[in-house]
Write a protein that binds this ligand. Structure first.
Ligand code: CA
Ligand code: CA
Length: 207
């Protein structure tokens, strides 16, 4: 991929993606639906999967008589090659005209700041994307001294957030029992030895 251009199409409720050919020319556009009335657009990787996502500000008549927006921002997750997924809309309050991206609470995830024209206000939308972890072990319950293979499945809580990567640490209180690297969102731990008295899945899990 050689860069590209994305436009906000206020009257059509879409964005258009024009992929570059690397020589200053572009391929034919592909349109993707947004919330009502996109009036500004920016591209940034919000879900940290290495692929740019597209964000639009959807400003209504308060930003211009001809605008039809609904006071929201739309987020369209990128899946690579300029392809965008289904938009998710977030309410912003009146006149959300321009959107910028930055980590405004300095915790490692990109957030949005929206300049609201009539309100003379900047509204910040913090990135709350997270993961859900399911842990299975067998045999369960186990006997003292018996090794217990365990598997952690990590899924994103936000649609289109991509497959989690990293390392899962299986812990019991302050004790790390083992660890495993995620592959397609699944970490299969080496067989773990549990102390006497543990009869169920471990009480904590970090990744
Ligand atoms: Ca992304
Ligand atoms: Ca942040």
């Amino acid at each position: 991929m050689c860069g590209g251009v994305v436009t906000a199409n206020n009257g059509d409720n879409t964005v258009s993606v024009f992929l570059g050919n690397g020589n200053g020319t572009f391929q034919a556009r592909t349109d993707y639906e947004t919330g009502v009335g996109p009036s500004s657009v920016v591209a940034a990787d919000l879900n940290d999967d290495g692929v740019p996502d597209v964000i639009t500000g959807n400003c209504g008549p308060s930003c211009g008589d001809f605008l039809i927006g609904t006071n929201s921002v739309s987020v369209l997750p990128g899946s690579g090659g300029g392809v965008l997924g289904v938009h998710t809309d977030y309410e912003t309050g009146d006149s959300p005209h321009q959107v910028v991206v930055g980590d405004f609470n300095n915790e490692g995830k990109a957030d949005l700041a929206v300049g609201r024209v009539n309100a003379l206000t900047v509204s910040v939308l913090l990135n709350t994307a997270s993961t859900h972890i399911t842990l299975t072990s067998s045999p369960n319950p186990s006997h003292h001294g018996q090794t217990v293979p365990s598997t952690a499945t990590v899924t994103p809580t936000v649609e289109g957030a991509g497959t989690p990567t990293g390392t899962v640490a299986f812990i019991n209180g302050p004790t790390i029992l083992g660890s495993a690297t995620l592959s397609d969102g699944v970490a299969a731990a080496a067989e773990l030895n549990l102390d006497r008295g543990h009869t169920r899945d471990y009480s904590e899990l970090r990744w």
